[in-house]
Design a protein around this ligand. Structure first.
Ligand code: HEM
Length: 466
């Protein structure tokens, strides 16, 4: 698409005749929905390998969620007595119900995957730099909302999978208790218990939990997301369109701009059709799981949280407080603070901030991969601190474990990089890459290599018969 790249930009501009120009501008400005776009966009934003259309795909997946969710709500009843049967009716009796449920389920999983991909693309192109910091923060909040939406929806079928996954999730919420127990203050101040109660309305998952999750899932979270998405899109326009390298920063007016109508609009329509077709095909090929009705006196073993929290569950198996609260909060704090710590906007719009950055990213990924695998090997083969020193104080277990050790080491490596390279952007690349790779490895281990009693197995076929 680019003719040359020496210094001043000279991309192929789109120069229609005056009449045609007015028509094309009018198409956008007269239409409420299309008006979400500026009438002209920079050609750099149209490069498929810049955004991969991930933000748009997310928006369309959200639309599918809302559309299928509203249909599901016609038949679903949020009561512990009837919820399971109503989902069974949707699957086996309501015409088209199975497909709608499958689409809802797979689109929601798709959102989790795509939102992380979008996060990676925005981070690695330095698109949080400059005045885009607020939009990055809004994005992180939306990421949390997507995870909560998924989690709250998980309970609704009220089957064994849902019940025990949410039970585990709610125990993770109570992980501050490890610390308050150690301090001996749980009877006085119990933030873990409070959080758990807030989430599920009691000590165990029951009707209060189902009612709360239902309200969160169908009203509070979708509405919050809708509002934030509106602000997110509005900010993109306010920030002057998508990010682009500094050499194009001065491009204004007609030069180097393309009219959003018709090319961008047709491209987005094509993406919509592809997304809907993709979700529909997956929904036709694979059914959303539905086990037996929830039975509170018959725990699943292993009881696993939803897959996107399995990385955290793996960390919790080392220390509830460090893995369930401390490290995830530090990670979130890091995500929120990135644009305020790193202000080197010379890297904006450049994938990996150039060759130097790419090298650093690859090295960091390799380092994190090896480090986490070695730690896992040690934990599985030789056990943790408690196995080595049986009488060791719980304080040591809380402070010295793979969750805290990994986080600390990544931070130190990032700090050394910052000092050595005199660049916060390079340090951010290191810390972000290391923690993301670690999260992926912990999640993979949680999904595929943990079996009954959270023991390590190479495959589910090795699980003992229960
Ligand atoms: C429901 C979730 C989200 C939706 C629907 C959404 C949608 C979009 C869309 C359509 C764009 C423009 C096209 C593109 O970049 O692909 C965009 C850009 C952006 N998004 Fe998101 N996004 C979401 C979540 C996030 C998250 C989790 C982050 C990061 C924490 C984020 C940060 C940004 C930023 C900073 C931009 C501007 C990028 C630039 O100027 O190049 N978004 N988003």
């Amino acid at each position: 698409m680019e003719r040359e790249s020496s210094g001043k930009s000279s991309m192929i501009p789109d120069h229609p005749e005056e009449g045609d120009r007015k028509e094309r501008v009018g198409k956008i400005t007269r239409n409420f929905f299309l008006h979400i776009h500026a009438t002209r966009v920079h050609l750099y934003s149209m490069k498929p390998t810049y955004t991969f259309g991930l933000g748009i795909i997310l928006g369309f997946l959200f639309l599918i969620m809302v559309f299928t969710g509203v249909i599901l709500m016609i038949y679903y009843t949020p009561s512990v007595e009837t919820a399971y049967q109503s989902v069974k009716d949707i699957v086996y009796i309501v015409p088209g119900g199975r497909i709608i449920r499958n689409m809802h389920r797979w689109a929601s999983q798709g959102m989790v995957i795509v939102v992380f991909m979008h996060l990676l693309r925005v981070f690695y192109t330095g698109s949080y730099l400059g005045n885009r910091s607020l939009n990055w923060v809004i994005g992180v909040v939306m990421l949390i909302l997507i995870l909560l939406s998924n989690f709250s929806g998980y309970l609704l079928p009220w089957d064994q999978l849902a019940y025990w996954a949410v039970t585990i999730g709610s125990n993770i919420a109570a992980s501050a208790r490890e610390l308050t127990d150690l301090l001996g203050i749980t009877s006085v101040i119990d933030p873990g218990g409070f959080l758990k109660k807030l989430l599920i309305g009691g000590e165990t998952v029951g009707q209060p939990a189902l009612s709360r999750f239902f309200t969160l899932h169908v009203i509070f979270l979708p509405l919050s997301m809708l509002v934030l998405m509106g602000v997110h899109f509005w900010r993109i326009r306010k920030d002057g369109g998508l990010s682009r390298p500094l050499r194009y920063a001065g491009d204004k007016g007609g030069t180097n701009k393309w009219y959003a109508w018709p090319v961008l609009m047709w491209t987005e329509l094509a993406i919509l059709i592809l997304v809907v077709t993709g979700v529909l095909l997956i929904a036709l090929l694979a059914d959303a799981p539905l086990l037996e009705k929830a039975n509170p006196s018959f725990p699943e073993n292993p009881a696993k949280s939803p897959w996107y929290f399995l990385g955290i569950q793996e960390l919790v198996s080392y220390s509830a407080f460090a893995g369930g609260l401390l490290v995830p909060l530090l990670y979130l704090g890091f995500l929120f603070s990135i644009p305020y710590k790193d202000r080197e906007d010379k890297y904006v719009g450049e994938w990996f901030s150039g060759k130097k950055g790419l090298k650093l990213v690859l090295r960091s990924a390799g380092f994190a991969l090896v480090l986490v695998i070695i730690q896992l090997f040690i934990m599985v083969r030789f056990g943790g601190l408690r196995d080595w020193i049986p009488g060791v104080s719980q304080w040591f277990v809380l402070l010295i474990n793979p969750a805290t050790f990994t986080a600390l080491l990544f931070f130190v490596v990032a700090e050394v990089t910052r000092k050595k390279m005199k660049s916060t952007r390079m340090a951010a690349l290191v810390l972000f890459t290391c923690s993301f790779v670690a999260l992926v490895v912990f999640t993979v281990v949680g999904i595929w290599f943990r079996g009954p009693n959270w023991e390590f197995f190479w495959s589910a076929s090795q699980w003992p018969i229960q």
